[in-house]
Design a protein around this ligand. Structure first.
Ligand code: GLN
Length: 197
């Protein structure tokens, strides 16, 4: 039985649990999505998802749950991790001035720099068909006050772009998506992540 934890601080927690359960079902793998709020719960899972929401609030909640350092340790031990929207911001090594101004503590697990509200400044939310490296058909992606990845280096590679902005990147078994894959009934990106468990 594979257990995928969803960090239950804020954001689309139940949607991610549903998407994980559906994706495991499609893969024919016995597995489930579970909420994670404590260090003990974090020790008992095989992979973890950091949902979207508001990155400053999530970073504060991670610290108050005592999860910040444990998440870094578990990822460094090789546990797969996926961050969506605000979650992708927290995975980055570098944030822009807004991340600094708000004192948001990043996990620094991926070699990338993010711009926290890159799309939010242009359009609050939008939906678009994305070409994703490794997927045969485009993916209908929902963006909500979305960040963008403005630079990647080393072993962090872009998987999808809108113009010059990277909107999905991968570094080994770590995935950053600046959109919300839990909001569309297409579980291919959850499956891509879960296949790393
Ligand atoms: N731009 C938001 C932030 O800075 C993220 C938005 C989202 O997760 N929908 O946290």
């Amino acid at each position: 039985m594979k257990r995928t934890g969803i960090i239950a601080a804020q954001g689309d927690i139940s949607e991610h649990i549903e998407a994980v359960n559906r994706a495991f079902g499609e893969m024919g793998v016995k597995g489930e999505g579970v909420q994670v709020r404590s260090r003990n719960e974090l020790k008992r899972i095989d992979g973890v998802i950091l949902p979207g929401g508001e990155s400053t609030s999530i970073s504060k909640l991670l610290a108050s749950f005592g999860l910040h350092d444990t998440l870094i340790n578990r990822a460094e031990e090789g546990m797969p991790i996926m961050g969506t929207c605000a979650g992708s911001i927290l995975l980055a090594r570098k944030g822009g001035s807004e991340v600094q101004r708000t004192g948001t503590r990043l996990l620094g697990l991926m070699n990338m720099e993010v711009d926290r509200n890159a799309f939010g400044r242009q359009r609050e939310s939008f939906q678009t068909r994305l070409d994703v490296v490794g997927l045969e058909e485009p993916y209908e992606a929902v963006f909500i006050r979305a960040p963008a990845i403005i630079d990647v280096w080393g072993d962090c590679k872009p998987l999808a772009k809108i113009d010059d902005y990277i909107v999905m990147a991968r570094q080994g078994s770590r995935f950053a998506l600046t959109f919300h894959p839990e909001l569309t009934p297409d579980f291919r990106l959850h499956r891509l992540f879960l296949s790393e468990l």
